[in-house]
Every structure is written in C-alpha cells, then in structure tokens.
Design a protein around this ligand. Sequence first.
Ligand code: DGY
Length: 323
Amino acid sequence: MPPKVFVTRALPGTALAQLAAATSLRCWPGPLPITAAQLRTELRDAEGLLCLLTDCIDEPLLAAAPALRVVSSCSVGVDHVEVAALTRRRIPLGHTPGVLVEATADLTFALLLAAARRITEAERFVRENQWTPSRRWEPELLLGKDLHGATLGLIGLGAIGQAVARRAQGFGLRVIGWTPSGRSVPGVTAASFEKVLAQSDFISLHLALSAQTTRLINAAALAQMRGDAILINTARGGLVDEAALLAALRTKQLGAAALDVFEQEPLAADHPLLALPNVVIAPHIGSATLGTRSRMAQLAVDNLLAGLQGRPMPHCANPEVYS
Ligand code: DGY
C-alpha cells in the first residue's frame, strides 16, 4: 500500500504530481488555508505531511496524528513547527534552505531601494494627482538616500545575508555584519552587534526566529541606530519589537523601515504601520517567484519522499532523529 500523505495547499510546479505517483495523496482543495481543526481531522491516518509556514505543527496536533512519521515544510523557516515535539517522536522534519536564497536577497534589495528612494511614496504622489503642472520638478521633492558610499549592516550572515552582501558590492555600499556565531564571511567586515546598529545607514535582518533572536531589535537596539537609518526585514517579524519600531518611526528616531514580515500576519487593515509614510510594506513575498516556489515545492517533495522511504532527507531541520 502506498503511504498516505496529506498536503495542506496546492503548490506551483510539477512536484506534487511526482508525489501523487508515489503515494496515496490528498491535497487540501480549499482556496483558503486549512484550519487547525481541519488539519487534525486530515492527519488522523496520514503517514506523511507536507505543510506551509501558515500551518501550526504543535504537540496537540501530533498527538492526534498517530500514524505520522514524516513532516516536510515548504519553507526554510520552521518557527511554525514545535521541532522538539517531532524529535521526541523521531519524526524527521524537512525544510527548504538554499533554493530561496537569491529570490529573498533580491526582495531585500528591492525593499532597500524602495525605502532609500521613497518609491512607494512617489507612486502615491503621482496616483493621488499631486504631480501637477505647478509641481513639475522641485529641488527638494521626495529626497531620498544615496546608496553609493553608504554602509549596509547585516544582522545574520547565512546564505541570504551573504547574497545580499554580494548585491551590495555592485551598489558601492560598504558592508559590515554581525552574526551570533561570530563567523566572518567574504566581502563583509565583521563588527559587533552594537557597531552594526550604530554605524549603518541600512540595517538588514537575516536571522532565523528562535528564543534567542525573538525581539532582538527592541527599543534599546533601535535607540542605537542612526536617526536616518533604514531597517529592512525580510526574515521574520518576531525579530523586531513592532511597538518599539512604531514608536521609533513616529518620533523620527529611525528614518524608515521596509518590511516583508510582521509579528502577526496578515497585517490588520488598521495596523498603525500602514499609516506611516516612511514604511514600505510587502506581504511576506521574499521567495515569491515562480521558479523559486517551484524549487521549494520540489525540495519539500524530495524531503518527504526520502523520509517516507527511510532515506536521510536532503534537508532535515532535526537531523538528530537519525542518530
Ligand atoms: C520561508 O521559507 O521560511 C520564507 O519565509 C517563505 O518562503
């Protein structure tokens, strides 16, 4: 009998067809994400689960899934999964590092440029018919920040941080960086956390969310940044204390922010960040290209099939299950 597998959302590319050929597959048909209660029901007899970062995989869910032996998340981040609960059950957890590095670095740069050159404000200015004959060209209209010669500070120097650093060289930015492991990487001048905060014109976050990194960028960290600095976050919203960020942006203690991720997603329609002109906002689209999402789906399927067939996963987030 082929193993029973449940997939929480249809994915781009051909990977799910390959999974369907090798398993007894059921894919959540709804256009909206599956609810926690629906997922519990679906997992009653499933041996494999392919999930997304919007699915919460926790102890109560696992307790209701007695046949489950493999979980594969179509994401690099696994902060939506209670990893220790899987490890206790010796269930390997697959994830998708590597394949989304370049796309996420591209979006980081897109946000950095958008905030530096006030692109979203400029677009609103035109769409709201403020670009009138009497305001055809003004010496001080929508003045932004130069990249060339400025300092980019990276917090986190993994694959995505390094890919951002490579892009920064082309823009003539000086790149400094800090990582909790203290390791140095080519093209980035290693600096302390405090020095990155104090010396950077642009600060970009590239850390996984964990107990150690939650709200790393708090009021104290924000107070150390330059008054005209721009904070870019394409990693996880939980890295930043959003209330402190709001206060810093409102009081101009911080120049601007460009954010793809938030403490609570989706952002509420009346969220105060939406009212600030010095904030560029995207809806968690760092990896959102067809090529990247197809590669993520393929890797998620490769991880799932390897786990079901008793082989080591190409990318396992809790490799201790194999020892
Ligand atoms: C991830 O994979 O963790 C990203 O946040 C979405 O692609």
